[in-house]
Design a protein. Structure first.
Length: 252
């Protein structure tokens, strides 16, 4: 499988800043990279990404979608609309959506299904809080989130459509802390086993599992060496083109 390096800009970079970013990105000769690249930008930066993506060979998508196509849902965006703009991926269930905006497993499952129905590739995020890790609940929490997030699409889409999982330990997001390569690798292996129960062993080994949680140029290569880490979901470090390029370059 081809590895994936995804950038999550969160609520950063104006449209003009995004354009300057992609100009700088192009100067780094990203065609030398061997992984797939995905930029998850704020909604107002999607047109800038659409402008540069064809020439630079990357993919892009929203950081969130709603599970309805249209209607009285103020502030939401639809999977169909971003697909029409040229987006081909969608980030779903990020821990900040769960903790800050109250998204439940049931809502996230509907969003995964909506993404696939609109021909977007969803990256489903799963991960535990510090309290859950310290109480020995990591595997239980990740398994619950994974099963809940995929249960609506297993029969209809999971065997035929591309999708990915991102493991992001909540305690390592934006804190400067990072799971050791061994800790991350252990949970990625558990996710692979759980995927096997859901979609079969062969299909489970075709699904990329990304690591997210304070990934930096300094730790990317060691994390990438773990056998079940198939790429990265990068937050703060993705805001600097040179740092994001270095992280992506670690995926060989």
């Amino acid at each position: 499988m081809k590895k994936i390096c995804a950038a999550n800009w969160k609520l950063n970079l104006s449209p003009e800043e995004a354009r300057r970013y992609f100009v700088e990105w192009s100067e780094l000769k990203p065609s030398r990279l061997v992984c797939d690249l995905v930029f998850f930008t704020p909604a107002y930066d999607l047109p800038a990404a659409a402008e540069f993506a064809p020439a630079e060979g990357f993919h892009f998508g929203p950081q969130n979608i709603y599970f309805e196509m249209s209607g009285a849902f103020t502030g939401e965006i639809s999977a169909q609309a971003v697909h029409a703009l040229g987006a081909r991926w969608a980030l779903i269930g990020h821990s900040e959506r769960r903790t800050l905006f109250g998204e439940t497993d049931a809502m996230i499952a509907k969003k995964v299904k909506a993404a696939m129905a609109a021909d977007l590739v969803p990256i489903l995020c799963v991960g535990e809080t510090l309290a859950e890790r310290e109480s020995g609940q990591t595997k239980k929490v990740v398994s619950r989130q994974l099963r809940a997030g995929l249960e609506m699409i297993v029969a209809e889409f999971a065997l035929a459509r591309h999708f990915a999982i991102a493991y992001e330990p909540v305690w390592a997001i934006g804190t400067g802390k990072v799971a050791t390569p061994e800790q991350a690798g252990e949970i990625h292996a558990e996710i692979r086993v759980e995927l096997g129960h859901l979609v079969g062993q062969k299909r489970a080994h075709e699904i990329p599992i990304l690591y997210g949680g304070s990934v930096k140029p300094e730790n990317a290569r060691e994390l990438a060496a773990q056998p079940d880490i198939d790429g990265f979901l990068v937050g703060g470090a993705s805001l600097k083109p040179k740092d994001f390029f270095a992280i992506a370059n670690a995926l060989r």
